[in-house]
Write a protein that binds this ligand. Sequence first.
Ligand code: G3P
Length: 214
Amino acid sequence: MFILINLKAYPCDPLEIANAARDVANDSGVRIAVSPQAADIARVSDTGVETWAQHVSANNYGSYTGSTLAEAVANAGATGTLINHSERRLTLADIDTAVNAASRVDLDTCVCANNPAQIGAVTALSPDSVAVEPPALIGGDASVATADPDIVSNAVESTNSIDKTVDVYCGAGISAGDDVIAARDLGASGILLASGVAKADNPRKALEDLVVPI
Ligand code: G3P
């Protein structure tokens, strides 16, 4: 299972979490990546942890003030990127262009969507992975894999019916190892989580607890 820790804009210490994630990944053998604010990508990447951007823009080089250029996040050390997170939504046309932008610099792409129908639409754009996250469960205590298991299994079915090479992740409310196992049993090959680590009093312990049953 792949574990992607999205730090969003939470008031956490990205280096503390990056160092902990690197150590826990090395000790457990579980693939763990950290997705910090764009301005923190270089120093997070310098810790040695797998580092992802939270977003890349659909533009190339040029007069695009305020954009997040795929080349810039790759040069800073990111090796993957989220696209169309529920809190950073794009049009389908911009998702397509952003996936292509990320592919220019070999970033792993994970396109998020809110439900299995959207998952089907974005799978057709051939990202490396898609992630289903029901907005109502994001930031809460109830894990998507137990509170709404059908949304995960339906997303897996939807993706597999279009392109079996695209991995399916899920996220929202995941904070414990049992949640990760439940997601895996539904067919997901990775999970996205944020508050369970970024808002934890002890992020290292939260990460250690997360990988125990995997
Ligand atoms: O990108 C992951 C995120 O949206 C899930 O957030 O706080 O429910 O783990 P959280």
